[in-house]
Design a protein around this ligand. Structure first.
Ligand code: GLA
Length: 384
């Protein structure tokens, strides 16, 4: 059964009528540019063909009623004109609650709605299932209420919902790519100006995502610590964000910076350069350079930003051994587990799958999950 069929069936059995419309927003994978977004830097992600979906119809009263198909039909409801608080029995609904609060604060006039939600973005894998949920919610509620919003504003609403209500200090990358992704393309996002430019992904190359199955344990606390360390160095160097620091500048202040914070900043400053170069390498069809940049990015995350884990390093090594410089591989996302992204020439795809399924469990005791993805349209991309 497709996700749409599942939604239609559930909607019909809950409300004895069909939904007015179905909305969707994709998850994402970041090709390069990790932990650069909240430093006002550059990222190069793509939206993937795994998404979260909502079947919706408007209601005459001011109530929003939510049902999550994937959570055993867990339900949650709130009134638009009363204070919206977290639902401890349905924490998944907090993303939607947070989005509604932010939309209301910005003056969007929302109507009541019945929303039935499902999706196939793996959760807890670092593929931005929560950003997909936020973006599909913005798209759905604005459309049902006759409000218009563009992709950048939608992304800012989603990020604010996470920062202010859910309590995650994330940057803008996940929401922006879920909103504005373009099929077959990666998006170079300037996280300061929020300008985007699309780059065609390499020809005859698959986007292979492998979930390491490492539980992303410390991710929130470690994420916030990294963010503080970066901000500390920016303050010390008297700039708004690490985006404004060159490698030479950073190196010349090395003695004055705490050694750990220095390593964090070194990752961000070099990663920013790598990300811009990677976009140019894509444009020039230079897979060798792209491959080198992805490898350097992984090493920098491993040794300087210290956000990889041994199982992920092993997974990257297994894939790098097969693809060499004909493809690229690195950990993707916030870190401490989650997924690896590999750009794999179609001719080597089978070999990569075999190497991962044979060697990874033997070396780590973990069972990987492999997703062959296509870069896809974001929830607001068709407006552009
Ligand atoms: C998470 C955050 C993003 C970004 C990445 C790291 O996915 O939500 O904003 O900071 O980590 O690149």
């Amino acid at each position: 059964m497709t996700l749409e069929d599942q939604l239609n069936q559930t909607f019909l059995s809950l409300y004895q009528r069909s939904a007015d419309k179905i909305y969707q927003a994709p998850g994402r994978v970041n090709i390069i540019g990790e932990h650069t977004d909240y430093n006002d830097g550059f990222v190069l992600p793509a939206a993937i063909d795994y998404c979260n979906m909502i079947a919706a119809s408007a209601r005459d009263d001011r109530v929003i009623e939510l049902t999550a198909v994937n959570m055993g039909l867990s339900t949650s409801r709130f009134h638009l004109d009363e204070e919206i608080t977290a639902d401890p029995d349905a924490s998944w609904s907090n993303y939607i609650r947070g989005v509604v609060i932010e939309l209301k604060q910005r003056g969007y006039q929302l109507c009541g709605a019945n929303l039935v939600i499902t999706g196939n973005v793996p959760t807890g894998a670092g593929l931005s299932s929560s950003a997909a949920l936020e973006m599909v919610t913005v798209s759905c509620l604005c459309d049902l209420s006759g409000e218009t919003i563009d992709g950048v504003q939608a992304a800012l609403v989603g990020q604010a919902a996470e920062n202010n209500f859910v309590g995650t200090q994330c940057g803008i990358m996940d929401q922006l790519i879920s909103a504005l992704g373009v099929s077959e393309r990666a998006l170079l996002i300037d996280c300061r100006s929020l300008e985007t430019k699309t780059y065609k992904l390499p020809e005859n190359t698959s986007l292979v995502i492998i979930n390491s199955a490492v539980k992303r344990g410390l991710v929130d606390s470690e994420y916030n610590v990294r963010r503080q360390q970066c901000e500390q160095v920016a303050r010390q160097l008297n700039v708004k964000a690490l985006r404004d620091v060159s490698l030479t500048q950073l190196e010349s202040h090395k003695d004055q910076i705490d050694p750990v914070a220095y390593k964090r900043a070194l990752h961000v400053v070099t990663e920013n350069d790598r990300t811009v170069q990677a976009a140019q390498a894509m444009e020039a069809g230079d897979m060798k350079l792209l491959s080198t940049l992805m490898a350097q990015s992984h090493i920098s995350m491993r040794d300087d930003f210290e956000i990889t884990v041994p199982a992920i390093d092993t997974l990257v090594d297994i894939i790098a051994e097969v693809v060499g410089q004909n493809g690229g591989v690195r950990m993707t996302g916030g870190g401490f587990g989650g997924c690896v992204i590999a750009l794999v020439p179609e001719a080597l795809q089978q070999q990569v799958i075999e190497a991962v399924t044979e060697q990874y469990p033997a070396k780590t005791g973990l069972t990987p999950e492999i997703f062959i993805c296509k870069a896809s349209q974001g929830a607001f991309a068709n407006q552009a």
